[in-house]
Design a protein around this ligand. Structure first.
Ligand SMILES: [Zn+2]
Length: 61
């Protein structure tokens, strides 16, 4: 099961203990995800304050 970072909402591979943002606060209780290709051109990225491309959870609890 993939985990999502509570700080930046990025999806983190199950084997990894730390997110690329440096946070180790992760949750398996998330719902929905988006693929951000170009963070600068994406409205969803702006809304979620995402600055880098990647896969992000919409909601993390
Ligand atoms: Zn993160």
């Amino acid at each position: 099961m993939e985990k999502a970072c509570r700080d930046c909402h990025k999806m983190v591979e199950s084997g990894k203990a730390m997110c690329t943002c440096g946070s180790n606060s992760m949750s398996t209780d998330w719902s929905g995800y988006v693929m951000i290709i170009d963070a600068k051109e994406s409205e969803i990225a702006k809304k979620l304050e995402i600055k880098k491309a990647g896969k992000y959870a919409l909601k993390v609890r």
